[in-house]
Design a protein around this ligand. Structure first.
Ligand SMILES: [Fe+2]
Ligand SMILES: [Fe+2]
Length: 185
């Protein structure tokens, strides 16, 4: 499989892990207080990484697909707009968490609903990419297109990548601790 698609699939797996962590924390739908450091860390990751590193790679592939096979690209829709909508759902969820942290009045059910909506749309979007977008691109793009993409990516080292990896690790460690604490309790 083309290297950049492998990277994207791996990033999806990382995103899915974080979504599962959010779900595991059951963030706001239980009486007990979740580990807010982990929740904030997860949203920090989502604010940084997908927009600066994940979406640009997909957008580059989508642009190539549009020029190689416009009909196939049209069937997928507008990936760039989906990414903009994803970012706005993320902002909404992060703001809800911030309001809870600031002890502002917000119904738990409302916060829970906003976060579940974010998780669900993330999953739907990744599923579409895995099942439709990536296979379509793999079929339509030529070796030269993948080489162009790899070259552009090599030019733009992402300054936040280290931080994102750190956030992800911190999330895993903290969540691991939280799970073992619960098991011991
Ligand atoms: Fe995407
Ligand atoms: Fe993606």
């Amino acid at each position: 499989m083309t290297y950049v698609i492998e990277v994207l699939r791996q990033e999806h797996r990382n995103i899915e892990k974080l979504l599962r962590v959010l779900e595991h924390l059951g963030v706001f739908d239980r009486g007990d207080r979740p580990n807010y450091e982990v929740v904030v860390g997860i949203f920090d990751y989502f604010k940084d990484y997908p927009d600066s590193c994940h979406h640009p790679k997909e957008d580059m592939i989508f642009n190539k697909l549009k020029s190689r096979n416009p009909a196939a690209a049209a069937k997928i829709g507008d990936l760039r707009i989906e990414h903009v909508e994803e970012a706005s759902r993320l902002r909404r969820a992060a703001q809800a968490v911030e309001r809870v942290l600031a002890d502002q009045d917000l119904l738990r059910e409302t916060v829970d609903e906003i976060i579940r909506d974010f998780i669900e749309h993330e999953r739907q979007h990744m599923k579409m990419e895995e099942q439709i977008f990536f296979p379509t691109a793999l079929k339509a793009l030529r070796s030269k297109d993948w080489a162009d993409i790899a070259l552009k990516l090599a030019d733009r080292r992402d300054p936040t990548a280290g931080m994102a990896r750190w956030t992800l690790r911190r999330g895993h460690v903290s969540v691991g601790n939280q799970i073992s604490k619960r098991r011991r309790a």
